[in-house]
Design a protein around this ligand. Structure first.
Ligand code: CDP
Ligand code: MG
Length: 723
């Protein structure tokens, strides 16, 4: 499915009245509300209590607080402890503080891993606030391309990917006394790899015991054994904790009694293929008919969120003047930190907050004030598609959620009081959902993890994981790494491979960057790689603005295609930066830059992020003694060096023109078309290189440049199909 969201970007045309009428109570069948569990008031309201006193009081009221001593005792006495607790019970924010206070982290830091960067950064801010310290001192975070920690840091929130990177410099994680693997139930590839590594590290670091077991005699060992034994805490919001426990020799499982109010569940009577539209109608139905309380809408991705946001704002303007206001708050992985805090602030009086979130709000981020949940039933899933043809990249596909996700989403409505959950799918559709998701290790590209493990002298294919990786995935990763020159024909890591792993980039992009030295265009390739590593797309491509965007973008268009067009945008943006006052060391005014981006139909967010990424990659280049200033200039012939470098990395993403006008992959069997958003869309060129494939009714290549066949032939591998 195409994730460009083209169809969903224009505000809905019908009136609110007719929309809400369409979705009346009869189309939503109430289910028996979930059983009432425990009831308690979370919010302290003592008169005159300062904000900090209120926070401390709130901490004490969290369900986990009662179990504090027992939990610390178990963690102290065991190598591994599994902790299960309802979302919002206080696991993530409290456990690190308990560990710190208990002295368990006397000889090292506490790492708390998160699958998503937005969770890592926002939770770090919260814990800094609770410990009355500045973010980056006692409590900090470290995510790809952004480190906010210092010598003083004792509690560090990290993405699971970042912890894997840290392993490269600290293979036994010796700087840590406790590693808390949070959100383990999500089973991301990196969480699984981290767990597998931790199992080995425990054997080494807690060595007074021959076998790693959950039930170790930690107390005695602390006295007589190694000075800095490692404690591992695995935290999960779902009940399937036995898997983690048995992987770590039957480690102890602790359950935190949650707090859940009853939630009434409604299903639609008929399927809703346009879930954004159905969500819009439901938002206004709740807003006009239901008592106060914020609404949390679950949507698959940023595009749908932005589209619904626009529509809600449009319709909110047409509401009768005596209706309450609506305040929308988007929440998705790449949301800039400055926008995150707004989500946690109470809504102003007389205003209903509508949070538009991806599955990030399912378990990792708890938002207070929510009484209504609208569940689209969809999420985006990372999946490596088209066995053997997709190269080493994953694609994000929109798909149905699992039952486990549906229950988590429902639960978010009953955190503080009784609530309602509106499922935008039928009860039959719910019953047909799979129970839980396949772990990423069985469906995602293993290339990057395999390369990092090779640097630790470990073969991914020989390691013990909770679930074994997909064998096709292993073969694909080996082929890709071999084609990139990271592994030799005996599967041994090459010096080039080690250098590639040094950069926090997808291996193909790291390879292109390293190749740019040979072709004398590092400065240009750095810019392109930074744009490609940004979490937003550079070109704002929506169906309703496509023509205007095309006109505005035409001045940047490069005859060879999208990569050099991107580079032209970067060059033009740099000029604006300088002309707006950035030249004499001062920062150009943000408003002027934003305005420029809007007029050019390019994403300001993408460019700001890419410039930050580029600054960090430049630092890394310097450390590797790579001269990033080397430039090929902007003469057409010279610029071919850039494409030659890109082909070194993206060699698996190349295709030749066929007599019928379509393109066929050089290293796969797929016939592909050029995406309508590409500047090469209507052109026929003998060969192309592309960034990614997008799957809709057809296979489309996105981010495409024209190349010559020679560029592929000159890639230094003897056998392009690998061995
Ligand atoms: O990890 P778990 O889901 O068990 O809970 P948590 O993230 O530690 O959250 C505990 C409490 O802190 C919840 O009531 C959240 O609403 C609150 N919290 C907050 O107010 N602001 C944040 N940025 C994070 C958490
Ligand atoms: Mg949590």
């Amino acid at each position: 499915m195409d994730d460009s969201g083209d169809e969903n970007d224009s505000p809905r045309k019908d009136s609110v009245q007719s929309l809400t009428a369409k979705l009346d109570a009869q189309t939503l069948t109430p289910l028996r509300p979930k059983k009432k569990l425990k009831v308690a008031n979370v919010h302290p309201t003592g008169p005159g209590s300062s904000k900090q006193a209120a926070i401390q009081e709130q901490r004490k009221q969290l369900p986990i607080s009662r179990g504090r001593n027992a939990i610390i005792k178990e963690i102290r006495e065991n190598d591994v402890t599994v902790l299960v607790g309802e979302t919002g019970s206080g696991k993530t924010t409290q456990i690190p503080q308990y560990l710190l206070d208990s002295g368990l982290a006397r000889n090292g830091m506490i790492a708390v891993t998160q699958p998503r960067r937005v969770a890592a950064t926002s939770l770090a801010s919260r814990v800094a606030l609770e410990t009355q310290s500045n973010l980056g001192s006692l409590v900090g975070y470290s995510v790809r391309f952004s480190d906010c920690s210092s010598e003083k840091t004792k509690i560090k929130f990290v993405t699971d990917g970042m912890l894997m990177r840290e392993l490269l410099g600290d293979p036994e994680l010796e700087r840590y006394s406790v590693v808390v693997v949070d959100e383990a139930h999500e089973r991301t590839l990196r969480t699984d790899v981290v767990l597998a590594r931790l199992k080995e590290i425990l054997k080494k670091r807690n060595s007074s015991q021959t076998d790693v077991k959950g039930k170790g005699k930690g107390k005695e060992r602390e006295a007589s054994g190694p000075t800095n034994p490692l404690r591992v805490v695995i935290m999960s919001a779902t009940l399937d904790a036995e898997k983690f426990s048995s992987f770590f020799g039957n480690a102890k499982i602790l359950y935190v009694q949650g707090r859940q109010h009853p939630v009434a569940i409604y299903h639609t009577a008929a399927p809703q293929p346009d879930y954004v539209d159905a969500a819009l109608r439901t938002v206004f139905q709740i807003h006009t008919d239901q008592p106060p309380g914020d609404i949390l809408v679950f949507l698959p991705g940023q595009e749908d969120i932005e589209s619904l946001d626009k529509s809600i704002q449009l319709y909110a303007k047409r509401l009768p003047p005596d209706t309450h206001n609506i305040l929308t708050c988007p929440l998705y992985a790449s949301l800039p930190p400055a926008h995150q805090q707004q989500i946690f602030l109470p809504s102003p009086k007389g205003t209903r907050k509508v949070i538009l979130a991806t599955n990030i709000a399912e378990t990792s981020v708890t938002i207070p004030g929510v009484r209504y949940v609208i569940d689209s039933g969809k999420c985006k899933e990372k999946r490596w598609v088209g066995r053997g043809i997709g190269g080493g990249f994953d694609t994000l596909l929109t798909r149905d959620i699992t039952k486990s996700s549906a229950w988590q989403r429902t639960g978010r409505a009953g955190r503080e009081a009784a609530g309602s959950c509106f499922r935008l799918y039928t009860e039959e559709a719910f019953n047909a959902l799979p129970l839980s998701a396949e772990p990423e290790i069985q469906r995602c590209s293993l290339t990057s993890s395999m390369l990092q493990l090779k640097c630790l002298d470990q073969n991914l294919e020989d390691m013990e994981f909770m679930e074994s990786p997909d064998m096709d995935g292993v073969a694909q990763a080996l082929t890709t790494l071999y084609l990139l020159g990271a592994l030799d024909d005996k599967k041994k890591l090459t010096p080039l491979g080690r250098q590639m792993a040094y950069f926090p980039l997808e291996p193909p992009l790291a390879r292109a960057l390293l190749a740019s030295q040979e072709f004398g265009c590092t400065s240009e390739v750095l810019s392109i790689v930074s744009i490609l590593s940004s979490s937003s797309k550079l070109f704002v491509d929506t169906s309703d603005t496509r023509d205007a965007a095309r006109d505005a973008n035409s001045k940047f268009r490069h005859i060879s295609g999208d990569h050099l067009t991107m580079l032209n945008v970067v060059r033009a943006y740099e000029e604006v930066l300088q002309s707006e006052g950035g030249a004499d060391g001062k920062k150009a005014p943000k408003a002027a830059l934003k305005d420029w981006c809007m007029r050019q139909y390019v994403s300001h967010r993408c460019l700001t992020e890419a410039f930050e990424i580029r600054a960090q990659l430049r630092d890394l280049c310097e450390k590797q003694k790579i001269d990033w200033k080397v430039s090929c200039g902007d003469k057409r012939g010279e610029e071919q060096a850039i494409l030659r470098s890109l082909v070194r990395g993206l060699v698996q993403n190349t295709a030749f023109l066929q007599p019928d006008g379509r393109y066929k992959q050089v290293m796969g069997r797929s016939i592909i078309k050029i995406h309508p958003g590409s500047s090469l869309c209507d052109k026929k060129v003998p060969a192309v290189v592309y960034d990614e494939l997008v799957y809709t009714t057809q296979v489309y290549a996105r981010g495409v440049s024209a190349i010559t066949r020679n560029y592929i032939a000159e890639v230094p591998v003897t056998n392009h199909r690998g061995s």
